[in-house]
Write a protein that binds this ligand. Structure first.
Ligand code: SAM
Length: 185
């Protein structure tokens, strides 16, 4: 069930992806970025920075609308410091999502942190919360998506501000329109 807040009171959520390996696993970090964007986060801080990934996700954002951005983050601790008392590190070792959910809802803006193959041990101490989406190993994309859906709800159909193309849901097949071009006389 969608639990989105009313527009205007929407919780501001950013995501920090640590442990990205530029040139080695662009696909997984790209999926983290696309899931963050599609499920309502405002930005992805990417550590270490990867200009090529930032450019590719920027092109997708231009086409599909919304204000999402990927920001290169050379220092992940500096990003944490800019979200005092509002950092949720996603890890299977943390406290259950059901228990932390009320606290996460009260944190606005909120930073969600996801790791890669290895996570620096300091992150457990520097985060406000260590947040588990179940207590089995799975994936940063899955964990992030579940938390965003829980806090913001999954967006419904319709174009996002500035979109050059919009999907019209179909029972079968695909329909995509260009809203600006079709609105012209
Ligand atoms: N052993 C690692 C760990 O400490 O969680 C697993 C790394 S996993 C391949 C990559 C990332 O996925 C983790 O850093 C975490 O952010 C996320 N993740 C995986 N399983 C999770 C879970 N059950 N709950 C929350 N986050 C999870």
């Amino acid at each position: 069930m969608a639990r989105a807040r009313a527009e205007g009171a929407r919780q501001k959520i950013s995501v920090l992806r640590i442990g990205h390996r530029p040139g080695r696993d662009p696909r997984l970090s790209t999926h983290v970025a696309l899931a963050a964007r599609a499920l309502g986060a405002e930005r992805l801080f990417l550590n270490p920075p990867d200009p090529s990934l930032e450019r590719r996700v920027g092109e997708i954002s231009k086409r599909w609308g919304g204000g999402f951005e990927v920001v290169g983050a050379p220092e992940w601790k500096a990003v944490l410091r800019s979200f005092p008392q509002a950092v949720a590190h996603l890890t299977m070792y943390g406290e259950p999502l059901d228990e932390l959910e009320p606290k996460l809802r009260g944190a606005d803006p909120l930073l969600l942190v996801v790791g890669g193959a290895k996570v620096p041990s300091e992150i457990y101490r520097l985060s406000t919360w260590n947040l588990a989406v179940g207590h089995q190993p799975h994936s940063e994309v899955a964990a992030l998506s579940i938390v965003l859906d829980r806090l913001l709800g999954t967006p419904g159909p319709g174009g996002w501000p500035g979109a050059r193309q919009v999907i019209v849901p179909q029972r079968r097949g695909k329909k995509v329109i260009a809203p600006v071009a079709e609105a012209l006389p």
